[in-house]
Design a protein around this ligand. Structure first.
Ligand SMILES: [Fe+2]
Length: 310
């Protein structure tokens, strides 16, 4: 994913646009972030009262988070706080929204698509489907679910975990008077939307309700403050590791070098092999546990030509 850094962005300050695309007629959208190469995007979408859609599928993995309203999706009823991960090619049932609803809608691999279909594509990884009410069906876990832990008072609910990439989708909350003094950065891109509440970061100021960011890897963020409490939806595109420090002046290249140095200290042999010439990392030799990984059609679908080019 190569979405540009957008932070802070307060979507409530901007109007909706008419969503004039098959499968989305009768809805409106705002673009929160967009990969201009692949079309992968995060949208806020308002389904107007009376919106209906026949059963069908997308050619991208889709994630959806219901901010308000009620949606009927096949036999399920989704209300505020509902989260779903719909793998590329998996057909969902007919959708109807009687009274209107607002959602975050994420297309992870390509631009928004809809193909009417009552059955799954033959390559759909349907086991990855997840559908739950995040407010009711998951417990809050402590911040040490990620490593090293964030400060006490920031809690996490994991909603989806990709075992290949370690990408995470989660809710997080900050208690009133939460504070964390150090600065953080990650190897992953990080995205968040404030469902409710305002928090503060040294670099980007106050992020209120409706606030959003898409932050590429290795960008400093923190220290943090939250006066009255915040609940937010967040995602990463790979493992969420907290590199903490206290130097506000470092840039992403310096942070990346520091991360590489930490990797070298932990696994010097592997680091040396990865860093050396004369081998064809990362596209081979194949992983002996998953020798056909590069040829897996799902992997090809997900990563295009970047994987398996040998
Ligand atoms: Fe972070």
């Amino acid at each position: 994913m190569a979405r540009p850094h957008i932070e802070p962005y307060v979507e409530l300050d901007y109007p909706y646009k008419k969503f004039d695309l098959a499968g989305f007629k009768g809805s409106h959208y705002k673009v929160m972030s967009l990969d201009p190469d692949s079309g992968a995007c995060t949208l806020k979408v308002r389904f107007d009262g009376g919106y209906k859609r026949k059963p069908g599928l997308s050619y991208s993995d889709v994630e959806i988070f219901v901010l308000n309203g009620t949606m009927k999706v096949g036999k399920e009823t989704w209300v505020e706080g509902h989260y779903a991960f719909i793998p590329a090619g998996m057909a969902t049932g007919a959708i109807s929204v009687d009274q209107g609803a607002e959602v975050l809608l994420m297309f992870n691999d390509g631009e928004p698509t809809f193909a009417e279909s009552g059955s799954n594509h033959q390559l759909a990884l349907t086991e990855a489907y997840a559908s739950l009410n995040s407010y009711e069906d998951r417990p809050w876990g402590p911040g040490n679910l990620v490593s090293p832990s964030v400060a006490s008072g920031c809690m996490i609910k994991v909603l989806h975990y990709d075992p290949l990439t370690e990408a995470l989708s989660f809710l997080y909350c900050m208690t009133p008077r939460f504070k964390q003094d150090n600065i953080s950065y990650h190897d992953s891109a990080e995205e968040a939307y404030h469902i409710w509440g305002t928090s503060w970061m040294m670099q980007f100021g106050e992020l209120p309700t409706g606030g959003y960011f898409w932050r590429p890897p290795y960008i400093n963020h923190g220290s943090f403050r939250c006066k009255y409490g915040t609940i937010a939806f967040g995602r990463t595109d790979s493992v969420l590791f907290n590199y903490f420090h206290f130097n506000p002046w470092t840039n992403p290249d310096e942070n990346k070098r520091r991360a590489a140095a930490a990797f070298y200290r932990r696994r010097p042999q592997l680091y040396n092999w990865v860093a050396s010439d004369g081998h064809n990392h990362p596209h081979g030799p194949p992983d002996f546990e998953h020798p056909n990984y590069h040829d897996d059609p799902q992997v090809r679908l997900t990563h295009g030509k970047k994987v398996g080019k040998r």
